[in-house]
Write a protein that binds this ligand. Structure first.
Ligand code: M6R
Length: 613
């Protein structure tokens, strides 16, 4: 999704803006632009498409490196098509203000009407442009630029992270935020802004995370932060505990493939210090609820979007199975528009790779208002969600570049296994031997994932065979049903092939009408409670001539008469099988997309971090 950078200081400006934006590129975008303050005016450069187009546009402007202050942006279109006019920065009517914006201004239509009546002329179809004109309008009544910015902000409904330049204030970079992340970076070579940490890591680790409704007035050697009324706030910088991120494919063709192959280590990392031995209790010191309150929980709800929602569904299954407590799973975007049923006896778990998904942030805040304890499972302990949380369970998957989530999903699953087993320990709801057996199997999973990754020939064959299919159906039951949903989502996201996941028992209630000899059906079936049931649903599909593919750990000969392609995973207890059955589906999606020549790491229309509602 959109990304912001800005700098004030004497280091090469354009190099920073382009490099900073390149570190945010992985988030997905469709145009890019920068604005710099040069000789009493603001110069703007914008280009549709990838950052390279902006780089080409800037060739021959090397002199601009010496400019002292500038802002940059990559845009993921929300209002108006992705073209040069709608790209940021946007400039006010009389060119007095230039700004970049992440977020959505909900009342932009009303504001646009008011400003049009006042004589402001709009160039773009964006919501952002109103902010530039609004600040310029406020400047009519004051010479204080910070005041003009705050005056405009008070009129905005919605979400914003802003970097702002004023033509008549060449010594200050302005920034503000509400419901969208923005950080200020401090260094002895000048000061920075960015919408996410990776943009700054090469330059500084000393940052201030702006809070909602704060405004920063940033000079080369000083920073003033005020609230929306102009009251000066005393904000102390903190040090980001990250090393510069090496955004490097390490010889893999795509980040997605690299990240799929990182999964054995990611599992080890997520287990590290939490489960080292099957006979020891699981350590989850991050969960700040007392054992007593955990025992007294009446209900758990899990809120998430996309792939994280699929991890949540596995989490529901585990907690209900291990401790018998009711668990509701809701898509964040649904949760926020219904009556919030939550209280102090409930635990609300938010799951998010990025920790910045707008819908999930809002949903968790609503649950918190009702008194629920908020536990966040995220890959970004520095994110808004993590900072809002009462308890934080980091998943240690490492930086995930590919828009399609893979290793973060597996690490989220691991977090749920640890949490569910911890709850079972506390509630003594599983026999001690069973608990031990489960912990032992968890420790074996990294090796079993390695075994799948070392034998991908059959998956590749399958991808070659099926890449021209127009539709796919994924079926499973029980704990593998969310895996069917995730397999279908992965395929859709990166290959643009229509794919749907169903509980296998639902086939006969409608989807079976779709089956004929052109339709691939991927069945996930492992020995256990529902094996025979999924097999029988697969036989029903085969009887309709569907092209059958199995993901299984079973050696049962019966499978050969039903499935033309059998993608094997090592044996494990059914309860742990999602960790293994997911991997061939990630690879199947990857190889199909790669074969079709798709932009695997940055699929069309998608963003890594969905910071707008
Ligand atoms: O960062 P989050 O986990 O909150 O993101 C949620 C979804 O946007 C995300 O999982 C999305 O579905 C990915 N593209 C999945 O590959």
């Amino acid at each position: 999704m959109c990304g912001i950078v800005g700098y004030i200081g004497k280091e090469p400006l354009i190099s920073f803006l382009l490099n900073g934006l390149s570190k945010l590129e992985y988030r997905g975008y469709d145009s890019a632009g920068i604005a710099i303050h040069k000789q009493d005016s603001i110069k703007v450069f914008k280009a549709q498409g990838k950052l390279d187009n902006l780089r080409s546009l800037l060739k021959g402007n090397e002199e601009d490196e010496k400019a002292f202050i500038g802002i940059g942006h990559i845009r993921w279109a929300t209002h108006g098509v992705p073209n040069e006019i709608n790209a940021h920065p946007h400039v006010s009517f009389e060119n007095k203000v230039a700004l970049v914006h992440n977020g959505i201004i909900e009342n932009y239509k009303e504001l646009k009407e008011e400003l049009t009546v006042k004589g402001f002329v709009f160039q773009s179809q964006t919501d952002t442009e109103v902010i530039a004109h609004l600040i310029e309008d406020c400047l009519k009544d004051t010479k204080d630029f910070g005041h003009a910015l705050r005056c405009a902000l008070k009129k905005l409904d919605g979400a914003y992270a802003l970097g702002v330049l004023f033509k008549e204030d060449p010594e200050t970079l302005y920034a503000a935020k509400k419901n969208a992340p923005l950080i200020v970076g401090l260094s002895d070579k000048g000061n920075y802004i960015a919408s996410d940490v990776p943009a700054l890591l090469e330059y500084t680790k000393k940052v201030i995370y702006l809070n909602d409704l704060e405004v920063a007035e940033i000079k080369e050697n000083s920073i003033k932060i005020t609230d929306i009324e102009g009251k000066i706030l005393n904000r102390k910088p903190e040090i980001i505990p990250w090393e510069p991120i090496s955004i490097n494919k390490m010889g893999y063709k795509h980040f997605m493939l690299k990240e799929i192959h990182e999964q054995p280590d990611v599992i080890r990392q997520t287990l590290f210090n939490r489960l080292t031995n099957q006979t020891d209790p699981i350590k989850l010191d991050e969960v700040k609820l007392t054992e007593e309150s955990l025992k007294n929980l009446k209900r758990i709800q899990i809120i998430a979007c996309g792939t994280s929602l699929h991890a949540a569904l596995v989490g529901k299954y585990l907690i209900e199975e291990f401790i018998g407590l009711p668990v509701d799973v809701e898509a964040s975007s649904e949760y926020i528009y219904k009556r919030v049923v939550s209280d102090k006896n409930s635990l609300t778990i938010g799951v998010s790779q990025s920790g910045e998904t707008a819908d999930t942030i809002t949903a968790l805040r609503l649950a918190k208002e009702k008194g629920s304890h908020i536990l966040v499972i995220t890959n970004r302990p520095d994110s808004t969600m993590a900072r809002d949380a009462d308890s934080l369970l980091p998943i240690n998957a490492g930086f995930e570049v590919s828009v399609a989530a893979t290793k973060s999903y597996t690490a989220q699953l691991l977090a749920f296994y640890l949490l569910a087993l911890k709850l079972a320990e506390i509630n003594k709801s599983l026999p001690a031997e069973k608990l031990e057996e489960y912990k032992k199997e968890l420790l074996h999973l990294p090796h079993k994932v390695e075994m799948i990754l070392n034998h991908t020939e059959e998956i590749k064959k399958c991808a070659i065979k099926f890449n021209s299919s127009k539709d796919f159906i994924f079926i499973a039951r029980g704990i593998n049903y969310p895996v069917a949903l995730e397999g279908a989502l992965k395929l859709k996201e990166i290959s643009y092939i229509n794919a749907t996941g169903y509980p296998a028992g639902e086939l006969k209630h409608g989807p079976i009408a779709m089956l004929d000899k052109t339709m691939p059906v991927v069945a996930i079936l492992v020995p256990g409670k529902v094996f025979e049931k999924v097999l029988s649903n697969s036989e029903e599909s085969k009887a309709r001539e569907a092209r059958m593919i199995a993901v299984t750990s079973s050696d049962d000969k019966k499978l050969e008469s039903v499935f033309k392609y059998i993608l094997k995973v090592p044996q494990t207890d059914e309860i742990f099988s999602p960790i293994l059955t997911t991997i061939p589906l990630q690879l199947l999606a990857y190889y199909i997309a790669e074969f079709l020549g798709k932009d695997v790491d940055q699929p069309r229309n998608l963003a890594k971090s969905v910071t707008v509602e």
